[in-house]
Ligand binder design. Structure first.
Ligand SMILES: [Zn+2]
Length: 176
């Protein structure tokens, strides 16, 4: 079967820490420069039309996605919703607390890839569902990349709450 994809990459800097004990070296706040690459495909495949010859206009989707990465994820701190640092920021620096990406459990690269896949597909659904993201790669270091394909719901931990209460399902720039 023929398949066409539109692939684009964005770089961002982030900080995080992992508190659940899986990796003691990641237990103190530290940061990475990451690259997120997404592959979008049209929901319905069709031939180029011999005039404009674009699969589907993806400029808008790309712009919105990159704006989200630039304004909401770049230089943000990612913390588990169970991390006591979150409470500290909310009590002492509420303005900065608003810029923390709050995740269900530790903000690993695997989890962030799934959350970002869900978020991008929320944007695409709202934009009329002509495109869907079916693959995301999150490069944490030059030698460590997580790649997910398919449905983010297959990877995400059970939320135990309504989709509307999950920022990754909302087609907006929320991160908590
Ligand atoms: Zn790390």
């Amino acid at each position: 079967m023929s398949k066409a994809e539109l692939v684009f990459t964005r770089r961002f800097s982030m900080g995080h820490r992992l508190i659940d004990g899986a990796s003691e070296s990641c237990a103190l706040p530290h940061g990475h420069n990451e690259f997120v690459t997404v592959a979008l495909r049209p929901v319905r495949e069709r031939a180029l039309d011999g005039r404009g010859n674009m699969i589907v206009s993806f400029r808008e989707a790309k712009q919105r996605w990159h704006e989200f990465v630039d304004t909401a994820l770049d230089h943000a701190l990612q913390l588990s919703e169970r991390d006591p640092l979150l409470e500290w920021f909310r009590a002492n620096e509420p303005g900065r607390a608003a810029r923390i990406v709050v995740t269900p459990g530790d903000p690993t690269t695997e989890l962030m890839a799934a959350l970002m896949l869900a978020k991008l597909n929320a944007f695409l659904r709202e934009a009329g569902e002509t495109l869907v993201c079916e693959e995301i790669s999150l490069q944490e270091t030059p030698t460590n990349t997580v790649r997910l394909t398919g449905d983010a719901m297959d990877y995400l931990p059970p939320a135990g709450r309504a989709a509307q209460a999950c920022w990754w399902h909302r087609p907006d720039f929320s991160i908590q």
